[in-house]
Write a protein that binds this ligand. Structure first.
Ligand code: HOZ
Length: 423
């Protein structure tokens, strides 16, 4: 059944998929078509049930098909799926975001993280009157032209330097520095500080595998951007509501000027948001001259799913529980590596409800270090886990996403599979 679906899908869609990260490009074999998901599990078209760590690439944090989310979406759908007019649901979700992330004084909803970041970059340029953006190698900010250079996620998985179709002009104003490299950042600020509209980054990088910021890195970016009157833009599409209720900015106590969100805030429906300082957001149309729009932005179904999700995430105990299971999983994976024939060849990075098993001796601190990982070992491990009932992101450059539905039983089952796979 699965193979037949893939054959048909390949006729209809490039690579048989509607987003490259879903193809098994880096691991070989046939992507599993999902027909159902519940809690921590997904079922494929052949009826095989697996523990899921893709979790819609992080959008699912409570677990799949959780009753209050299903009810929130059904109830909203019964009142109409889209109006092209403001709704109370937008306010309810925005207030929850603002309560968790005080730096987001005002915001605008979009339909994807890509749109959110693209709009934040435009806004930073509108605010500063400058053109240049500094991004970091291995960070992925969606597929806007100007940011498709040295990108992580699917671009890294495919080993591409950028994307065909992006003109040199589109990336002319995009500077790239190695993640965590304080000296390079200082040099770039010395040369281009007065031309920089913004420094844009994932404050915890999660699209080159999970790479944590070194102590002082985020603080240096805050100091340098303030000193040069450039904006600091955090892409918290993955880290928002994942590494702390208030995202990486809360966890590391570094406040950006603008923040981009997505994934969790939509509860599994298409949503993004950008927001931040009220004086900067006042530039967005119709209050200001920076144009940004969308027919389905603030869609009532997505607002309802997002609000119901964030309502479950107000309690710090929930984050403690998420992190406890994730930490136990990461520690168990580390022990399984150390006890097996691959000791010294693999490592585990973790924070909040995110983790990555790297095929590098130590967790990488940069894209270059992540790229030194053993891709063949990753592919073997991936398939060994899939055969043992565990669905991992099919790329070494992605994070595993733990949800509230991943309890001790799922963690134990994953570790048992990992011990076998690693042996
Ligand atoms: N940020 C996601 C992967 N790291 C994107 C998902 C996609 O491209 O489909």
């Amino acid at each position: 059944m699965n193979d037949g679906l893939f054959a048909r899908a390949r006729e209809l869609f490039p690579g048989g998929v509607n987003s490259p990260v879903r193809a098994f490009g880096a691991v070989g074999g046939t992507p599993r078509f999902v027909t159902r998901a519940e809690g921590a599990y997904v079922w494929d078209a052949d009826g095989v049930k697996r523990i899921d760590y893709v979790s819609s690439w992080g959008a699912i944090i409570l677990g799949h098909a959780v009753s209050e989310i299903v009810e929130a979406i059904s109830s909203a759908a019964g009142r109409g799926t889209s109006y092209g007019a403001p709704t109370p649901g937008e306010i309810a979700l925005a207030e929850r975001i603002q309560a968790a992330m005080p730096s987001v004084e005002r915001m605008r909803f979009t339909c994807s993280g890509t749109e959110a970041v693209m709009s934040a970059v435009r806004l930073a340029r509108a605010h500063t009157g400058r053109s240049k953006i500094l991004k970091f190698a291995g960070c992925y900010h969606g597929h806007a032209d100007s940011l498709l250079t040295a990108a992580g996620s699917g671009v890294a998985t495919m080993g591409l330097p950028g994307s065909a179709g992006v003109t040199a002009d589109a990336t002319r104003d995009t500077l790239v520095a190695p993640y965590n490299d304080l000296d390079s950042v200082s040099e770039l600020f010395d040369r281009f500080g007065d031309q920089l509209a913004a420094v844009l980054l994932e404050p915890v990088a999660a699209n080159m595998g999970l790479v944590l910021p070194k102590p002082g890195f985020l603080e240096l970016l805050r100091e340098q951007t303030s000193a040069h009157h450039a904006l600091l833009v955090f892409d918290e599409v993955i880290t928002g509501f994942r590494v702390a209720p208030g995202g990486a900015q809360e966890r590391y106590d570094v406040t950006p000027d603008l923040t981009c969100l997505g994934k969790v805030i939509g509860g599994g429906l298409p949503v993004g948001a950008f927001g931040g300082r009220a004086d900067i957001m006042a530039l967005v149309a119709p209050e200001g001259p920076m144009y940004q729009a969308g027919t389905l932005s603030g869609n009532p179904l997505a607002m309802a799913a997002g609000e119901a999700t964030l309502a479950r995430l107000t309690d710090r105990d929930v984050f403690d529980r998420l992190e406890e299971q994730t930490t136990r999983l990461a520690a168990g994976l580390g022990e399984a590596i150390d006890a097996g024939p691959h000791a010294g060849r693999a490592s585990v990075a973790t924070i909040g409800s995110l983790l990555t098993l790297f095929w590098t001796p130590r967790p990488p601190t940069s894209f270059a270090e992540a790229q030194a990982g053993d891709g063949e070992a990753f592919a073997s491990f991936f398939h060994a886990m899939l055969d043992r009932g565990v669905s991992l992101p099919p790329s070494p450059y992605e994070a595993w996403f733990v949800t509230l539905a991943h309890g001790a039983g799922e963690v134990d089952a994953t570790l048992a599979a990992a011990r076998e796979a690693l042996a």
